[in-house]
Design a protein around this ligand. Structure first.
Ligand code: BES
Ligand code: MN
Ligand code: ZN
Length: 497
């Protein structure tokens, strides 16, 4: 996909398709009006004929409009002019891209970014357009023996029209959009890969190849390294699988030497069967997505490296399978975590927190500015928030605010949940320092409470992405979330520091 920022008038722009907006009811946008006068009122005649009313997301494709040198003009409905908000904008952009993909046009010029969108700037419009274009061209079926022809045809070149005063801002947003889109695609691809291909070893190799492609540094800790470090909790999860666990450390050293790093910790369970506390069979295949936290960390580091962010960033990925065999950890087993705290494993399906807690203790050695962990941690979070918002947990109001803001600006939102001390007693154990489950009530909160016991030495936030990292049903597939949120969090830090 190729993008460019231009400010040519629509009637002078050469492209296989010119895309202009129409508001309800039949009101041409400014560039639409320019095209209309160039074509001596052809467009307004068509609108007057009732072929299109401008409803958000509606489209009308016209061929060989008189007086215009371009083969096609696509009219795109923008909805009510007085209510053109971010949702209407995204609806219009996605409708435009999908009807373009259904044409034979290989290039298109979009005149949709000039309209004012409530509380959004030009950078947001450019970035979201780039993300939508990548997302529509995404191929989920990479392992099919035949390529999806509809997707390989599609638009190859997109020209985004912005007023000349905005050229510089738009170019910057274009670069940021491309970097995020590439990170999102990496995260989607890794998520979609099945557990027999995407193993902990595979994730480690992916991190190593990122470190070859970009100036990132990669280190892989093996089982024996984890034994030496006393990571009894992570190792307990791994002991029922014949795939060796890996602890991946990937660093972007873009900041000043000695500047404290931002640490991102991603849950990397490449398949979660539940272990001895086996999950029910229905939809168990979706537990290949249990490494989406890890995938989002890799995607975000890729974006940070491509954007050369002036920050020190460290990604830590504890990776393992969670399977039942004769060696597997059993309900009631007590293990000692790297922190020294003992854990009674009452349910082997609450394995995410068991691998994360040792990675979070390991993070202490980097003297972090802030640590954010990202995990497909609890089904309860899906019940609480559904599929639109990730769950956000932190004791630090300023940090939580920054993350919420990053989610809004990236259109990859998170919603804050409580992390009160009142919930902690649910984790009491008669035999160990802490139990790994806290009962059905507030399941995503007690999971976060568990992690909080291991993050007392630094600023910390937790994102539960169980509801947002992938989609089920007909559109089954990884979403690449929250690469957008995390990258926005980082770019905001990079500009404020
Ligand atoms: N990976 C799952 C969480 C999950 C479940 C994500 C469904 C998305 C959809 C996690 O390891 C898990 O199994 N959590 C248990 C915890 C419970 C045993 C306390 C859960 O949510 O049921
Ligand atoms: Mn589980
Ligand atoms: Zn899991």
């Amino acid at each position: 996909m190729e993008f460019s920022i231009k400010n040519t008038q629509p009637e002078k722009q050469r492209a296989a398709c010119i895309v202009v907006g129409v508001f309800e009811s039949r009101q041409l946008s400014a560039s639409g009006q320019e095209l209309d006068s160039a074509s001596q009122g052809y467009l307004s005649k068509i609108l007057a004929g009732g072929d299109m009313n401008g409803r958000a997301g509606s489209t009308l494709l016209l061929h060989h409009v008189p007086q215009l040198g371009n083969e096609r003009v696509l009219l795109v409905g923008l909805g009510k002019a007085e209510a053109f908000d971010s949702k209407a904008f995204l609806t219009a952009i996605n409708a435009a891209l999908s009807s373009l993909n259904a044409t034979g046009a290989s290039s298109a010029a979009l005149y949709l970014l000039d309209e004012i969108v409530e509380s959004r700037d030009i950078a947001w419009k450019v970035e979201q357009t780039v993300l939508a274009a990548y997302s529509q061209n995404f191929q989920p079926g990479k392992l099919k023996s035949k390529k999806d022809e509809a997707k390989t045809a599609g638009v190859k070149k997109l020209i985004l029209h912005v007023a000349s005063a905005y050229t510089k801002t738009a170019e910057k947003a274009l670069a940021q959009g491309k970097a995020i889109a590439a990170g999102v695609e990496l995260a989607k691809d890794l998520g979609n890969l099945p557990g027999n291909i995407c193993t902990p070893t595979y994730l480690a190799q992916q991190a190593q190849s990122l470190a070859k492609e970009f100036p990132l540094k990669c280190e892989i800790l093996e089982r024996k390294d984890m034994e030496k470090l006393g990571m009894g909790s992570l190792l307990a999860v791994a002991q029922g699988s014949s795939q060796p666990p890996k602890l991946i450390v990937l660093r972007h050293n873009g900041g000043k030497k000695g500047a404290k790093p931002i640490v991102l910790v991603g849950k990397g369970i490449t398949f979660d069967s539940g272990g001895i506390s086996l999950k029910p069979g229905a939809e168990m295949d979706e537990m290949k997505y249990d490494m989406c936290g890890a995938a989002s960390v890799l995607g975000t580091l890729r974006a940070a490296a491509e954007l050369k962010l002036p920050l020190n960033i460290i990604g830590i990925i504890p990776s393992s399978e969670n399977l039942p065999d004769g060696m597997a950890v059993k309900p009631g087993d007590i293990v000692t975590s790297m922190s020294g705290q003992t854990i009674e494993i009452l349910n082997t399906d609450a394995e995410g927190r068991l691998v994360l807690c040792d990675a979070l203790t390991y993070a202490e050695r980097f003297d972090p500015e802030v640590v954010i962990d990202i995990a497909t941690l609890t089904g309860a979070c899906v019940i609480a928030l559904g599929h639109h918002a990730s769950g956000l947990f932190s004791h630090n109001d300023a940090l939580a605010g920054e993350i919420e803001q990053a989610g809004v600006s990236a259109h990859d939102r998170a919603w804050r949940m409580p992390l009160w001390e009142d919930y902690q007693p649910q984790l009491d154990s008669n035999f160990a320092d802490i139990a790994n489950i806290g009962g059905r009530a507030g399941g995503s909160i007690t999971a976060a409470c568990f992690l909080s016991r291991f993050t007392k030495k630094y600023n910390w936030a937790h994102l539960d992405i169980a509801g947002t990292a992938w989609k089920s049903g007909k559109e089954k597939g990884g979403t690449g979330r929250p690469v957008g949120l995390l990258t926005h969090f980082l770019t905001a830090r990079a500009t404020s520091k």
